[in-house]
Design a protein around this ligand. Sequence first.
Ligand code: SF4
Length: 357
Amino acid sequence: MEYIKNLELEKLEKKIEELGEPAFRARQIFKWLYQKNVSAFSEMTDIPKKFRAILDNTFHIDSLKLLEEITSSDGSVKFLFGTRDHYVIESVWIPDPPRYTLCVSSQVGCAMDCAFCATAKLGLKRNLDPGEIVDQICLARRSQVIRNKITNLVFMGMGEPLANFENLIAAIGIITQNLGLQFSSRRITVSTAGLVPKLEKLGEMGLQVNLAVSLNATTDETRNFLMPINKKYPLKELIKACREFPLPKRKRITFEYILIEGVNDSLEDAKRLVNILKGQRAKVNLIPFNPHPGTKFRRPEEEKILRFQKVLFENNMTAIIRDSRGEDIGAACGQLGLSYLMKNKEVSKHGASGTGF
Ligand code: SF4
């Protein structure tokens, strides 16, 4: 059995023809899957009954299973999803009217090994399929709490999206398809730790998505320590690739900068950041570190955070302090997934048949 949400429209058309029906059925099915968000072929009432039975024997509809939905006191919602091989991934919905953003995962775990990140401790288990990426949106849309309200998508959940490039692009294809999830690419942000060749490839594809770069340091020494990917693609290369990235009109690259006490929060760091980003269409998100169990890092004092921001302001840069939302549910990068995996060792292990749930 295949997972139908892994297939982009053209691939589904081909498959439907192989099953003996005209290709236009794929367009009907796409509407049911993504606009009506059904969970059973029996609900697809304009498809002949006989063919619905064939579809039912050929495909799974959902690629993920909702395990838990946890609402934070600040209104954000964390979704925990189970995969067919019994891993747990997460998405977080962040209401900030008129923006309602879903933060989506792209991998189970992550190989990037960033020193400040809880997900990094899992290592990389595997890439998510296109259907598993897309289904985070479909299943979240079924939630009674969020009631279909998702205006923006950010690929900032578990994993490095550009390390799962092919599946990411296939998923974006379904997400932006007219008959699919109908998101404008301008409402999609892909975040990277700095995989330079893939960042360049993304730019060449001309998808017009927004780009966020997790920067977090202003010297190679500190960045090597915080983000080992920097040893392969150092700051200079990363910033050059950012400068050459074809941005849509009036768009800027978002640079994420997690402020960590005594590591990257000095005035010198702030001044270097100004220099590094000089001439770049950029906005900076300053994110005070949100400590999680087992970390040695601390959040800087409020005064230090404001001083850092002031240096950027004085140099005419846009710099917004963003506290992680949903701290009480562990919504910052990978935290709840990690604690869940720790508590439910049997859930985190392989062992499923691989044929659904
Ligand atoms: S911060 Fe992002 S890229 Fe780095 S280890 Fe965590 S999930 Fe991976």
